[in-house]
Design a protein around this ligand. Structure first.
Ligand SMILES: [Zn+2]
Length: 425
């Protein structure tokens, strides 16, 4: 059993926090570690952290003047926060206070049976506590996250479009510190002892502050409000994020639910493919986190990465401020995400217009014909590569012969990499 106490507000050092005590017994943490450690990408992850106590305070923090938007009348944020942990470990959730009835219904009737059943092998869990179907009074803002990535900007420009109806028009951008800043390269460094836990957390905190500053500037440029929410939810999930970002981000929205009536959550997945399952990047879940007063939307499903970049390229703020890099606070121009985006920009003829976003493209240019090899090698298993490949064919563009010839050496390269132990799948 995972127990959540009644939410309350704390004010300190010019900040306000919505808090609740969460009790999780040590043996449940052991179950979690075993489950997560068995996933290939998280093998040995438990070396990065230690779960100390069986009780901890989970919190969501905003600037002091924003205290009135924290929702202590509902336990919604905290139930959604621990839900993924509960499903993976097969533990029921018992809570104090009240849950929005709509959310309670969505979770029990749809989300939990979807993930916890005989097919998945996960034990169905129960959510136990009182519910309330009265609406929460809110400031009726329409929000979305401003991570500055492709999905984020595409959603922003979609809901800011002139023809968007007033009810749904975007008017508030958000930045949440709910796990994305504790990124994979740093988790690996932490696992191998190259980084202390304090350094790891401090780096995440710095990334967050940087994004808050950038997010605030973009909101000003686009004429919307802005809200930042800090949280310690990563102390529960400890670096596991990709599979549960829909849960942790939505929990932050629910913590400030007196602000919103609509929230747009960018779909980041493969077009035309539903991604159910606790080991998938399952942002599809977000619609089940809606309450009587707050509706979540999965924004821009079935739109390809190329279509989104084409859309963004029509807006100056997007061209100037697109940030796709996971490794650096500015686009490094070297990592997989930077490479992929630069390749799309080149193919659609927009790379020069994104000069401010990608200041250094020298590493990309050095690749020459080799940049096409990735598309050919990966087109059958990576949907980004597949999209780009299909775009090239549709537009009747040419892939250099030398890249095609090199692609045919893939089986040999795989063997060589396997011997050297550096094949990346
Ligand atoms: Zn990069």
């Amino acid at each position: 059993m995972i127990s959540i106490k009644r939410p309350y507000i704390e004010n300190e050092n010019g900040k306000s926090r919505l808090c609740a005590e969460i009790a999780i017994a040590p043996e449940i943490y052991e179950k979690w570690k075993k489950q997560i450690g068995s996933r290939r990408e998280y093998a040995g992850y438990e070396k990065a952290y230690s779960y100390g106590k069986d009780k901890f305070q989970l919190w969501y923090e905003v600037e002091d003047r924003s205290e009135q938007i924290l929702c202590q009348e509902r336990t919604d944020a905290f139930v959604v926060a621990v839900l993924y942990f509960a499903m993976v470990t097969g533990e029921d959730i018992e809570y104090e206070g009240v849950l929005s009835n709509e959310l309670y219904h969505n979770l029990n009737t749809n989300l939990i049976p979807m993930h916890c059943n005989e097919r998945s092998g996960l034990k169905p869990i129960r959510i136990i506590g009182r519910t309330e179907s009265r609406k929460i009074e809110s400031l009726d803002k329409n929000g979305t996250g401003v991570s500055r990535g492709v999905d984020s900007f595409d959603t922003i420009f979609t809901y800011l479009a002139e023809n968007m109806d007033a009810e749904h028009r975007l008017n508030c951008l958000t930045v949440f510190n709910v796990g994305s800043y504790n990124n994979m390269p740093d988790l690996r460094a932490r696992k191998t002892g190259m980084m202390t836990l304090d350094e790891y957390n401090e780096k995440a905190e710095n990334f967050f502050s940087h994004d808050v500053e950038k997010g605030r500037q973009i909101a000003k440029e686009l004429g919307t409000d802005f809200i930042a929410v800090n949280s310690n939810i990563n102390s529960l999930y400890q670096g596991v994020f990709l599979e549960l970002h829909g849960y942790s981000n939505s929990s932050a929205v629910l913590a400030v639910q007196k602000l919103f009536s609509h929230y747009y959550y960018s779909s980041a997945g493969e077009p035309e493919k539903a991604r159910w399952g606790v080991e998938e990047d399952a942002s599809d879940n977000v619609q089940f986190f809606s309450t009587e007063s707050l509706q979540f939307y999965l924004a821009r499903e079935n739109v390809t990465r190329i279509e989104k970049i084409q859309h963004i390229s029509q807006h100056e703020t997007g061209r100037k401020r697109l940030h796709v890099c996971c490794d650096e606070t500015e686009n490094c121009g070297k990592c997989g995400k930077c490479f992929r985006t630069l390749l799309i920009l080149e193919l659609i003829g927009k790379q020069p217009e994104f000069k401010e976003s990608f200041k250094d493209t020298s590493a990309y240019e050095k690749k020459g014909w080799k940049k096409y090899v990735w598309i050919l090698d990966k087109k059958d298993q990576d949907f980004f590569a597949k999209d780009i490949y299909e775009y090239i064919k549709r537009e009747k563009m040419k892939i250099p012969m030398i890249a095609k010839a090199y692609h045919y050496t893939l089986p040999v390269r795989k063997v060589i990499h396997a011997i050297r132990g550096d094949w990346k799948g």
